[in-house]
Design a protein around this ligand. Structure first.
Ligand code: SF4
Length: 270
């Protein structure tokens, strides 16, 4: 029998790498332990991503920067914000930077894909993800674009080291039957773009690392599902206590993680 491929989005692999205990709680424990409430910065990211995707569905004459800003407003939610005033302040801010960003985008040139799911197989895994945008640019070829709305300043290393971008590039190459080496992070709040030109070898490096990790996780998942005592499960999926615990949605049910102070739901706002 052929070995079943381990299906994984890069976020699943990253969750395990960050903290095996968090991975177990989020992907394996049944029932899933209660998650914390919404984070305001996630609310912002979701509204901006949806607006930038729906913008391409508008008829060309209506595909203006102002219409993109309006999509941010209509899709807005106040989840995670301190109060309505803070929510409106960040809604208007997001509207502004989405409009500024879209003023740099040619609405007549349709991308090859918007929120397009792509996948690529390795020896032991089926890696998949959803690319925010896939462009076909004259002189540059196919370019994978990932939108960012966080407060971190992005560097070229972020684009180079991103497993998600490498998976999108490999998946887009497979789906489109085109060479895809260019990946970019577009930081909406600052209008900054950082990119990286992969080589087949650098993409392979990402994929083979993901393949090895997926194989290890497949073994662990199978052992967990076959049955572990609570002590065995805790040993197999140890908590990695770090400052990130303050952001963890399972912090309230994770004993070791509670030693790190919790962030407020709006602390991640840019
Ligand atoms: S609180 Fe920290 S240690 Fe606990 S699951 Fe979350 S990230 Fe892991």
């Amino acid at each position: 029998m052929p070995t079943r491929l381990y299906p994984a989005a890069p976020s699943r692999l990253a969750t395990y790498a960050d903290c095996p205990r968090r991975y177990r709680m989020g992907y394996l424990d049944q029932p899933t332990p209660p998650r914390g409430g919404a984070w305001a910065h996630h609310t912002v990211g979701a509204a901006v991503h949806v607006a930038l995707a729906r913008w391409w569905e508008l008829p060309l004459p209506r595909r203006t920067p102002a219409a993109g800003g309006e999509l941010v407003v209509t899709g807005w939610s106040s989840e995670g914000f301190r109060d309505e005033r803070q929510s409106r302040e960040h809604r208007d801010r997001a509207r502004g930077y989405v409009e500024r960003y879209l003023a740099t985008v040619d609405p007549a040139v349709l991308p090859l894909g918007v929120e397009r799911t792509v996948s690529v197989r390795t020896e032991r895994a089926s890696l998949w993800g959803r690319a925010d945008r896939i462009d076909d640019r004259p002189g540059e070829g196919v370019v994978v674009v990932d939108y960012k709305t966080g407060r971190s300043v992005l560097t070229v290393d972020d684009a180079r080291e991103s497993l998600a971008l490498a998976v999108y590039a490999a998946g887009a190459a497979r789906t489109l039957r085109r060479e895809v080496t260019r990946v970019e992070l577009h930081h909406l709040p600052t209008g900054t773009v950082v990119g990286w030109d992969h080589t087949p070898a650098s993409i392979d490096e990402h994929l083979s690392g993901a393949d090895a990790q997926a194989a290890a996780m497949a073994t662990l998942d199978a052992a967990f599902r076959a049955g572990m005592t609570p002590d065995e499960a805790d040993a197999a999926f140890p908590p990695l206590v770090a400052p990130r615990c303050g952001w963890c949605e399972f912090r309230s049910t994770c004993g070791p993680g509670r030693s790190v102070p919790a962030h407020r739901p709006w602390d991640g706002l840019a």
